[in-house]
Design a protein around this ligand. Sequence first.
Ligand code: APR
Length: 335
Amino acid sequence: MTMRKVVSVVGAGNVGEHVASLIAVKGLADVRLFDIPRRDGDKVFEPVKGKALDMKQMLSAMDIDTRIDGFTVSPEGDGYEPIARSDIVVITAGFPRRPGMSREDLLEANIKILGTIISKVRQYAPDSILLVVTNPVDIMTYTAVKLSGFPASRVIGMAGVLDSARFKTFIAQELRVSPRDIHAYVIGGHGDEMVPLISMSNVGGIPLKDLIPRDKLQEIIHRTRFGGGEIVDLMGTSAYYAPAAAVTDMVEALVTNSRRILPCSVYLDGEAGEYYGVKGFCVGVPVKLGASGVEDIIKVPMIEEERSMWERSVESVKKSVDMAEVMLGEKSPSA
Ligand code: APR
């Protein structure tokens, strides 16, 4: 008998709860949700348990038999025992970006939260695959590589699938075609300098640049780059439906061993690092995802214009990596 896979989701906020619900409804895995309690005066609420119970009842109502359970943990790391034997641990815990707040502003607070969670994953689920969602995601993924000591193939950041979905949404709207027939990758850092790969993008096999005039394409690229900010400005908090769907797509590739090629933030070093001009940190590139994690890093061809965009994007990620290294104590501030 093969056991159903277990996906733990740490952080049952907007993104985490939707990840849990999508994974369970799609029947991909049993889900364990973890979050801290919420205090209101003398009253202590355990929203994570309430959400899991509500979702359990939703699954009953839908005749779906995946299991979902919620566990309250402390910010200091108590209560993580049920994370044991998880196949995948999705980390969404942290503070979301508020209007006017840069992704980098979040860095210090979120590194601290990540440190506690990773130490517990190391203790209870040392063979799991880490899927990092917390922003700034390239830096958090790098931090997770460093703090976990896991092989880099088992630490994956979610960004490119979301950015590519946004890109595809705007292309689909412009051309009035199904997003399913659009192949369009966005790579690079998950920031304003992300790199939409126009030269490789196509709709039903026809190159994108032959279908959309250059100035319109530039508008679409701009809207994709600032796609997260557009939603923050409308909602006052960051997006969660599309981010959760992007995580679910990655989880599906991992649990079904599908070997899909998806753009993910991964640790680049060695031969692939050399191709991309990145030495020892995480940036978004297309990778092959299978049961063991990242099975291959795709060396995607870039035209000159894309290569220089790529270099700018990498440079801006590198600056934040340097900041993170100082916070991680790997480098003194004056070094
Ligand atoms: N341990 C566990 N959970 C924690 C901890 C902690 N130490 N600190 C915070 N959390 C939980 C919060 O209680 C909250 O439920 O993390 C959850 C974060 O959820 P939201 O604030 O709703 O944020 P969300 O919109 O889900 O975004 C999560 O994903 O896309 C990124 O930028 C986004 O970094 C953010 C993350």
